[in-house]
Design a protein around this ligand. Structure first.
Ligand SMILES: NC(=O)C1=CN([C@@H]2O[C@H](COP(=O)(O)OP(=O)(O)OC[C@H]3O[C@@H](n4cnc5c(N)ncnc54)[C@H](OP(=O)(O)O)[C@@H]3O)[C@@H](O)[C@H]2O)C=CC1
Ligand SMILES: CC(=O)[C@H](N)C(=O)O
Length: 262
């Protein structure tokens, strides 16, 4: 990768995305910020230009809208200065599955998965061609835990993890680094969108600490970074159990417990 490639960050107007913007600007990377709220991105861009001297472009886009998404895809395909994509834009929904409207869950899926997928798909061929580049996908520990009963949100985050791991397998040998970041509860505005008061919750990480930890994982080229998990061996054991099961799945016959007498 060029020493300081430009970084395109979705969901960069606030929260985790704005903090990534701050950190990559301090590292001397030019930025492309993507979100809906132009005013907030302008304020962030002005500060980062002054403090870090980097160039900051803004794309105002609603990533649930095909036409807006296409603009970002085109930028990723054509702008060879962009060497890092951070797929961070995402939101959450309050309520149980039957309380959430079909339109709302479809919009959630469009933002948290389809936008992530389309942007990765737009940039990956160029990165592979160059033999370098990085994609950071923001998942969530919720994607590991159906028990949390945030079913659709969690399903989108399971998608983010699987997509990242699959892309690591496919693109890693071609020089492209893919990182899944799995935060747990972090103090941002997402909780207001999910109808929860973050100030009443315990175990909430501050956003600066979350992003700095995620970047430590990025610098180590970890495929999966779970900033709040104290013992990485728990994650390693989880992956080892999955991999141990796989060779047993290619069988000509159904398992004995499913064989019925005819
Ligand atoms: N905070 C937490 O506890 C956790 C967060 N995460 C994940 O981290 C990521 C960032 O979340 P966080 O910073 O907390 O949330 P925030 O709500 O603080 O920020 C979300 C960002 O996404 C942007 N965004 C929302 N909708 C759209 C849209 N339709 N099109 C384009 N941009 C959009 C918002 O900007 P704008 O409104 O201007 O469009 C904003 O910049 C998400 O993927 C989230 O799921 C994962 C685990 C825990
Ligand atoms: C709203 C949430 O559940 C949060 N973003 C998370 O992923 O933990």
């Amino acid at each position: 990768m060029a020493a300081n490639p430009s970084v395109l960050i979705t969901g960069a107007s606030t929260g985790i995305g704005a903090t990534y913007a701050d950190r990559f600007a301090r590292r001397g990377h030019d930025l492309v910020l993507v979100a809906r709220d132009r005013r907030r991105m302008e304020a962030l861009a002005t500060r980062l230009r002054q403090e870090s001297g980097v160039a900051v472009d803004i794309i105002q886009a609603d990533l649930t809208e095909a036409a807006d998404l296409a603009v970002v895809e085109t930028r990723l395909r054509d702008d060879t200065r962009i060497g890092i994509l951070i797929n961070n834009a995402g939101t959450a929904l309050g309520g149980s599955f039957i309380e959430q409207s079909t339109d709302d869950v479809a919009r959630l899926v469009a933002l948290n998965t389809t936008a992530m997928l389309r942007l990765a798909s737009a940039v990956a061929p160029r990165f592979v061609q160059a033999g370098e580049g990085a994609i950071i996908n923001i998942g969530s520990v919720v994607g590991l835990a159906p028990e949390f009963a945030m079913t659709v949100y969690g399903a989108t985050k399971a998608f983010a993890l699987f997509l990242s791991q699959g892309l690591s397998v496919e693109l890693g040998p071609k020089g492209v680094y893919v990182q899944a970041v799995l935060p747990a509860a972090t103090r941002t505005e997402i909780w207001e969108h999910a109808g929860a008061d973050v100030n009443t919750m315990t175990g909430v990480m501050e956003v600066d600490e979350l992003v700095d930890a995620a970047l430590a994982g990025f610098d180590r080229r970890e495929p999966v970074t779970i900033p709040p998990l104290p013992d990485v061996e728990q994650w390693n054991a989880f992956q080892a159990a999955r991999q141990a099961m796989l060779p047993n799945t290619g069988q000509e016959h159904a398992a004995a417990r499913y064989r019925t007498a005819v």
